[in-house]
Design a protein. Structure first.
Length: 334
């Protein structure tokens, strides 16, 4: 095997998140504006290019691959790509293939995902109220997503719900959501909202709700035990005493995990971001398209990893303009 990818701070890069499209069938207010201009098709990596990109990373030691977007399951023929990754699971090179989805297409694709070797998926769901769901996603419909979650569980997929915490929006559903997840045997993680750039203010639904506050509310009802598991990412987990339910908290821009950060992100146009909290990125599409052999791509990947910052704590203030991060989450793939 080729030398593994080790960054300047001795972290082995083993987790790759790939955005396969910037498009989506929803328009969540904290993620997109109502009128998005999407990229022309030629800017996107083709499915074959995505395969080459991911396979190169896997050859260099990536063990876990998460497919995201935009909405990954609206990309045409995306199942071809999932099926092409199965060979890496079969060979043992890849230990996990996962996807983060809004759930709208799961009824159609859950069994195909399972057949391709996917065992766990994340589904984003911020409310169990139909009217509120339509409001927050603008174009989404709750029953379709709930049917998707049913289909995923029926297909044998382990489902984790990701809920963005929004004061004045889903605060009143804290226990409804946690109890619903517990009763359905769904894992649950809350995400702190990041103020994203230029979404327009017309749809400001809900505000920043700190997970510290959210946790306090949970603790008013049951005691929580911190779990030691470290994912190399921004999630922290607790166990609810009594029910045994596990709940996660993701604070995307906290930096208490930087030292163990083993992940990098690829956008749908083939840019690599080695840190979610920093703007620095490099182009991998050029090297990928420059030659049919993978040597140039591999060199470009190594060069990018050599620039992976230690963390984003020192640069945090530089990323913000009036409290906003200038990139959309759908661009770097959440
Ligand atoms: N469309 C898929 C979905 O919604 O799960 C995958 C892409 S989406 C960008 C990935 C995750 O990012 C979702 O869980 C979404 O809630 C989260 N997200 C989007 N914008 C966010 C923001 N401004 N702050 C925090 N999380 C955000
Ligand atoms: Fe689409 Fe996911 Fe962004 Fe919502 S959060 S608009 S579902 S990409």
């Amino acid at each position: 095997m080729n030398d593994p990818l080790i960054d300047p701070f001795a972290r082995a890069i083993q987790y790759l998140r790939v955005s396969v499209t910037d498009r989506c069938d929803f328009r969540c207010v904290y993620c997109m504006s109502e009128n998005m201009t999407f990229l022309p098709k030629k800017e996107l990596l083709t499915l074959e290019e995505l395969d080459r990109m991911c396979s190169t990373f896997i050859r260099l030691g990536v063990r876990k691959l998460r497919i995201t977007g935009g909405e990954p399951l609206v990309r045409r023929d995306i199942m071809t790509f999932f099926r092409s990754m199965t060979r890496h699971l079969d060979s043992g090179a890849l230990s996990e293939l996962t996807v983060t989805t809004n759930g709208s297409q799961l009824e159609k694709y859950a069994s195909d995902l399972y057949a391709a070797g996917v065992r766990r998926i994340n589904v984003s769901l911020d409310t169990l109220d139909e009217a509120k769901f339509a409001k927050i996603t603008r174009w989404g419909r709750l029953p379709q997503v709930l049917r998707g979650i049913d289909a995923a569980q029926a297909a044998g997929l382990r489902v984790k719900i990701n809920t963005v915490a929004l004061q004045g929006f889903n605060e009143d559903e804290l226990f409804t959501l946690t109890d619903w997840c517990a009763s359905r045997d769904l894992d649950l993680t809350f995400i702190e909202v990041m103020p994203m750039g230029d979404l327009g203010n017309e749809d400001r639904i809900g505000q920043y709700w700190s997970l510290k506050e959210l946790r306090k509310r949970l603790e008013e009802r049951s005691s929580l035990t911190d779990l030691p598991e470290k994912t190399g990412g921004p999630a922290r987990y607790v166990r609810v005493q009594g029910t045994g339910q596990k709940i996660g908290f993701i604070t995307p821009l906290s930096h208490n995990f930087c030292e163990s950060c083993n992940r990098v992100r690829i956008t749908c146009t083939g840019e690599i971001y080695t840190c979610l909290g920093q703007e620095g990125h490099s182009d991998l599409r050029g090297p990928l398209r420059a030659s049919e052999a993978d040597a140039e791509l591999e060199d470009a990947i190594r060069a990018a990893i050599a620039l992976k910052p230690k963390g984003h704590d020192f640069d945090y203030s530089r990323q913000q303009v009036d409290g906003q991060v200038s990139r959309h989450m759908s661009h770097t793939g959440g």
